[in-house]
Design a protein around this ligand. Structure first.
Ligand code: DMJ
Length: 566
C-alpha cells in the first residue's frame, strides 16, 4: 500500500552508463568494482586527511569526532578486501604504535567488541595474506592478536554480574561504574561468541569464550513461554524491561551470532537455540514475509514496522538454506529501497511509508549484505541490480567533497553530518564482494590471491580452507585458524596434564560439556580484575540504554523511551 502523500523519489533514472550492464566477470563487472574502489578511497582518504585519529568523519564540516572511544580499527579488512597491502601494513604499524587501552573512557561493550576486537582479530588473521611479517606461531600468536586480547580483557569486568549477562558500558581503566544502568539490550548480551571464542581458541585462554557462553546461556533461559525474547533486559534481575520481540534493533545480532557461532565453532547447541527461536519468530512475527514486532509473552502485534537493521535477515536465512522465504522477504525490503532510494530506519508496513523521526538512511549495509549472500546462493541478477541501485543512490545523494554523508531524510535527501565507520567497514565491503564472486573471502580456495595459505608452528595449518565467517561489523574470521590453534593448544594441554597427573589427582571436567540448561550461573574463574560494583551497593534507578543504537536515540517502544547514553 502507498501512503496518500507519497512522492516517489526515483533517483535511479539518471544512471551511470556502466550500471546498465550487469556483470559477469570482466567488462562491466570490473567497471563496477573500480567504481566501488573509488567510492572507498574517496571515503577513506577524506577520513584519513580530515578526521583520523577520531573514530568518524563528519563529512559536512570535514572534521572528526569520537563515537566509540577513539579506536579506528575498522579500516583493516576493507583494505585487504580491496587488495591494498601497503596501506594495510602502514595502518597496522600506526595502530600498534599508538593505540593504548589504558584510558579513562566509558566504552560500549558491544561496539568495542564488534568494531575494535573484531577489527583487530580480522586484521591479525589477514596479516599473512596482506604480506606482513609474521612471528613464529602465527596465527596462534602475533601483535594484533595480543592487542585484540587486551581490548577484550578491558570488557571482561562488564560480565562479572550475578547472571553473567554483561552491562552495556564499561570504563576501560576502572571497570563498571557504580552508577551504570543494569538495563541493556538483547544484542548487547548475545553478540560476543564469535570474537570471544576466536580469541580463546587462538590464544588458549578460555576466559573469553567462557564469559560469552555464560551470557548466552543466561539469555536463553529468559525466553518467554512462547519462545521469544524481548528488547531490553535487566542484567542483575533478569527481568525484561522492554518486551517487544522482533528481529531488528536491539536484538538483531544476537540471532546472527547463534547461527554464525554454530558455523564457526561447529556447535550444534547454538544452532538448536536459533532453530527454537526461529520457529517462534516465524509463528508469531511473520506476516506476508514481513517481520513485525510482537509482545514477547502474548505474541500480539506491538509495532507493525520494518526497520532497516532487519534487512540482514534474508542473508542469515540463506546461510541455513531457507532460500524461498529469504528471497520473498528480500523482495519486500527491496521494494522499500526502490520507493525511497535507500532504506528508512523505520517503515510502517500498513501505511507503506516512513515513520516520524525515523526517515533517515545512515548508509547501512544490511540489505547489501543480504544481496551478497543471496546472489551467491541463487546466481539471480536481481541482487546485482540492488547493488547497482545502492551504488547509484549513494553516489548521487550522499557524496560530498569530503566523504559520504548519512541521509537525514529520504523524502527530501537532506544530509546529516555523519559518516559512520560501518560505511567503510561493511557497506562498501559487502558491495565489493557482491560484485566479485571469486574473491578469496567467499572461500573455495581459488587460484592466486584466493589460494589457501600455511600457518602455525612448522607450517602445519592450512588456512582459509573453510571459507570465512563475517562478524556483525563485516570483519572476516577464519574457522580454519581456530581449529588449528585449538588443536595445538589441546596437544600442549594434554602434555601438561600428562606431566601434572604424575604428581596430582585428575581435575574434574569443566562445565562446557553440560547442556546449556544444566549449567550453573557461577562466574567462570576469570583472569581479569573484578568490577567496581560492590555487593549490596546502592544503585540509581536504571535508565534504559542500548549500546547497539548509535543514532543519538530516543526510541519510544510501547510508551517507553529508550535513551542512548553511549
Ligand atoms: C553495525 O554496526 C552492526 O552490523 C550492528 O550489528 C548493527 N548494524 C550496524 C550497521 O547498520
Amino acid at each position: 500500500p502507498q501512503h496518500p502523500g507519497v512522492k516517489l523519489i526515483n533517483i535511479f533514472l539518471d544512471r551511470h552508463p556502466a550500471a546498465n550492464s550487469l556483470p559477469s566477470k570482466g567488462g562491466a563487472a570490473d567497471l563496477n568494482l573500480e567504481r566501488i574502489k573509488s567510492m572507498f578511497y574517496h571515503a577513506y582518504n577524506s577520513y584519513l586527511d580530515n578526521a583520523f585519529p577520531y573514530d568518524e568523519l563528519r563529512p559536512l564540516t570535514c572534521d572528526g569526532q569520537d563515537t566509540w572511544g577513539r579506536k579506528p580499527t575498522s579500516m583493516f579488512s576493507p583494505l585487504k578486501v580491496l587488495g591494498n597491502h601497503t596501506e594495510f601494513q602502514r595502518v597496522a604499524s600506526i595502530l600498534q604504535d599508538t593505540v593504548d587501552f589504558d584510558i579513562d573512557v566509558n566504552a560500549s561493550v558491544f561496539e568495542t567488541n564488534i568494531r575494535v576486537v573484531g577489527g583487530l582479530l580480522s586484521a591479525h588473521l589477514l596479516a599473512g595474506r596482506a604480506g606482513m611479517e609474521l612471528e613464529p606461531g602465527w596465527p596462534c600468536s602475533g601483535p594484533l592478536l595480543r592487542m585484540a586480547a587486551e581490548a577484550a580483557r578491558r570488557l571482561i569486568p562488564a560480565f562479572q554480574t550475578p547472571t553473567g549477562m554483561p552491562y552495556g558500558t564499561v570504563n576501560l581503566l576502572h571497570g563498571v561504574s557504580p552508577t551504570e544502568t543494569p538495563v541493556t539490550c538483547t544484542a548487547g548480551v548475545g553478540t560476543f561468541i564469535l570474537e570471544f571464542a576466536t580469541l580463546s581458541r587462538l590464544t588458549g585462554d578460555p576466559t573469553f569464550e567462557d564469559v560469552a557462553r555464560r551470557a548466552l546461556t543466561a539469555l536463553w533461559k529468559t525466553r518467554s513461554d512462547i519462545g521469544l525474547v524481548g528488547n531490553h533486559i535487566d542484567v542483575l534481575s533478569k527481568k525484561w524491561v522492554a518486551q517487544d520481540a522482533g528481529i531488528g534493533a536491539g536484538v538483531d545480532s544476537y540471532f546472527e551470532y547463534l547461527v554464525k557461532g554454530a558455523i564457526l565453532l561447529q556447535d550444534e547447541e547454538l544452532l538448536n537455540m536459533f532453530h527454537a527461536y526461529d520457529a517462534a519468530i516465524q509463528n508469531y512475527t511473520r506476516f506476508d514475509d514481513w517481520y513485525l514486532w510482537v509482545q514477547m509473552h502474548k505474541g500480539t502485534v506491538s509495532m507493525p514496522i520494518f526497520q532497516s537493521l532487519e534487512a540482514f535477515w534474508p542473508g542469515l536465512q540463506s546461510l541455513l538454506g531457507n532460500l524461498d522465504s529469504a528471497v520473498r522477504t528480500f523482495q519486500n525490503y527491496y521494494s522499500v529501497w526502490r520507493q525511497f532510494g535507500g532504506l528508512p530506519e523505520f517503515y510502517s508496513i500498513p501505511q507503506g511509508y516512513t515513520v516520524d523521526k525515523r526517515e533517515g538512511y545512515p548508509l547501512r549495509p544490511e540489505l547489501i549484505e543480504s544481496a551478497m549472500y543471496l546472489f551467491r546462493a541463487t546466481g539471480d541478477h536481481t541482487y546485482l541490480q540492488l547493488g547497482l541501485d545502492a551504488l547509484e543512490s549513494i553516489e548521487k545523494v550522499s557524496r560530498t567533497p569530503c566523504g559520504y554523508a548519512s541521509v537525514k531524510d529520504l523524502r527530501d535527501h537532506q544530509l546529516d553530518n555523519r559518516m559512520e565507520s560501518f560505511f567503510l567497514a561493511e557497506t562498501i565491503k559487502y558491495l565489493y564482494l557482491l560484485f566479485d564472486p571469486t574473491h578469496f573471502l567467499h572461500g573455495g580456495g581459488m587460484e592466486g590471491d584466493g589460494s589457501w595459505e600455511e600457518g602455525g608452528e612448522g607450517g602445519q595449518c592450512v588456512l582459509g580452507a573453510g571459507g570465512f565467517i563475517f562478524n556483525t561489523e563485516a570483519h572476516p574470521l577464519d574457522p580454519a585458524a581456530l581449529y588449528c590453534c585449538s588443536r595445538h593448544s589441546k596437544e600442549r594441554q594434554e602434555l601438561r596434564d600428562a606431566l601434572l597427573s604424575l604428581s596430582h589427582p585428575k581435575k574434574k571436567a569443566g562445565s562446557q560439556s553440560k547442556p546449556a540448561d544444566e549449567r550453573t550461573e557461577e562466574p567462570p574463574q576469570s583472569q581479569s580484575e573484578s568490577i567496581a560494583l560492590k555487593p549490596g551497593e546502592k544503585k540509581t534507578l536504571p535508565t534504559l540504554s542500548c549500546p547497539v543504537q548509535p543514532f543519538s536515540a530516543r526510541l519510544s517502544v510501547l510508551g517507553q523511551v529508550f535513551s542512548d547514553n553511549s
